[in-house]
Design a protein around this ligand. Structure first.
Ligand code: URA
Ligand code: CA
Length: 454
């Protein structure tokens, strides 16, 4: 079999391949609504990851999956086959309970920087691999890298030793983890096959299962700034992921949470780190703090550290209010080469040259925020990438001065733009302002957490 198929037409043998599987049969079977067996799914993933099946056949299979679906068993089989396509991290030699959290992606969603140190201060071990932002959503690694000196590119041995000593470490996902997802995700992205619930669940859960924690809490976002716009879709995705994790022997639960406005006030990398630190310093309340603590309480309760979620809520609040969580974050930053003084003095974080006050174009209640557009506005200022090779400016972004339901007068400050390069400023401001809707009556208040699935 040739090693690479990408630029040539290749005819796969018509005879049955390994395990009696012929890829064309899989496509036709799924197109007609058939079920794929465990060995067929293993064949699909193990051959695709070794470049032994061409992209066009996998694209056809993905499209057939979008039309015919995968059942629970097929979804679990796909998740495990993807998990086993590369390195699987073994944390069984770690003392104590190792926990992880995952958000399906949002705007101003900095919960990890609060939840992780809080649960570490409650005695759990957090060994987290995070991603970078793409498009309108932010990524934890980009945020952490705005801290002077911080290094997210750490080998497994050192990673484990930091978790042992500091209780938490957050690194970028290593290239060896779930290579099948990297290939499949890139192909899904260009073949209109991203938003199938089984494919998303397998993509996320394969990575969670490969990274070796005992307990996982999922934050499944829904709303106009989320991947799943409809709550029912988000609940279905959450249910499938929880079932898949449980089938694989993990303790796992999901919160389905609101993404109809940025979660915190800050959208942008150093701005979000600053906001997270200020919350850990006890300076702010609000939705970001609330959700971060709710996620933390789920983990502490599941680890048996408290008798139920309500008792755990008391523990996590104490961990935050006593300053113990901030101390944990400082320890992690120091262990990963960063300046821990940022936890005391946030002015050590990168700051933009210009802070431009954005004024409200109307008087009324802020009744809708097209959240993805706020993320895009921040991205245009330099806070995100339009393509993988773009370089982020950590200091830039949008600080929201108002939240949904606030009454705003015309010309009152509604946001502050943190700007270094004014190249896209006009476009950014235009997109930001057109994302805001004002009304005469106050809008109905949305819940922060719609459902808990466990
Ligand atoms: N996040 C992922 O990691 N994978 C998906 O398919 C969607 C969101
Ligand atoms: Ca253990």
């Amino acid at each position: 079999v040739p090693e690479k198929f990408s630029h040539e037409v290749v005819f796969l043998p018509v005879s049955k391949g390994e395990g009696g599987v012929n890829f064309l049969d899989l496509i036709i079977k799924k197109r007609h609504g058939g079920r794929l067996s465990t060995s067929e799914i293993d064949y699909f993933i193990s051959h695709y990851v070794r470049d032994m099946v061409p992209d066009y056949q996998v694209a056809a299979l993905l499209m057939a999956i979008c039309f015919s679906g995968l059942d629970r068993k097929e979804t679990a089989d796909l998740t495990l086959a993807m998990r086993d396509s590369g390195e699987v991290v073994d944390l069984s030699d770690m003392d104590g309970v190792v926990v992880d959290k995952h958000s399906t992606g949002g705007v101003g969603d900095t919960t990890t920087l609060i939840t992780a140190p809080v649960v570490a201060a409650c005695g759990l071990k957090v060994a987290k691999m995070s991603g970078r932002g793409l498009g309108h959503t932010g990524g934890t690694i980009d945020k952490l890298e705005s801290i002077p000196g911080f290094n997210a590119d750490i080998d497994m041995k050192r990673f484990k030793s930091i978790v042992r000593d500091s209780g938490l470490a957050i690194i970028g996902q290593t290239g060896e983890l779930v290579p099948a997802d990297r290939k499949l995700y890139a192909l899904r992205d260009v073949t209109g096959t991203v938003d199938n619930i089984s494919l998303i669940a397998a993509s996320i859960m394969s990575k969670k299962l490969a990274s070796g924690s005992d307990i996982i809490v999922l934050d499944v976002k829904t709303g106009n700034g989320a991947f799943m716009k409809e709550q029912s879709q988000a609940e279905e995705l959450a249910t499938v992921m929880v079932e898949t994790g449980r089938d694989a022997g993990r303790k796992i639960m999901a919160l389905v949470t609101d993404m109809n406005q940025p979660l915190g006030n800050a959208v942008g990398n150093s701005l979000e780190v600053k906001e997270a630190i200020e919350i850990l310093q006890g300076k702010h309340r609000g939705d970001l703090r609330e959700l971060s603590l709710r996620l933390a309480a789920q983990l502490v309760a599941a680890a048996g550290g408290a008798d139920g979620v309500q008792a755990a809520t008391g523990l996590v609040e104490q961990a935050l209010e006593s300053g113990a969580a901030l101390e944990r974050l400082a320890r992690m930053i120091e262990a990963q080469g960063g300046d821990p003084q940022v936890c005391r003095d946030t002015s050590l974080l990168p700051e933009a040259e210009q802070k431009l006050s954005i004024r409200s174009p109307a008087t009324g209640y802020l009744s809708e925020i097209v959240t993805g557009e706020v993320g895009m506005a921040a991205m245009l200022l330099g806070a995100g990438r339009t393509k993988k090779t773009d370089v982020i400016d950590p200091a830039t972004g949008v600080w929201m001065s108002k939240r949904l339901g606030d009454f705003v007068k015309k010309d009152e400050e509604i946001a502050v733009f943190h700007v270094n390069d004014t190249k896209n400023l006009e476009q950014s401001e235009r997109r930001f302002l057109s994302a805001l809707v004002f009304s005469k009556k106050p809008p109905e208040k949305k819940a922060l957490v719609y459902r808990t699935i466990d």
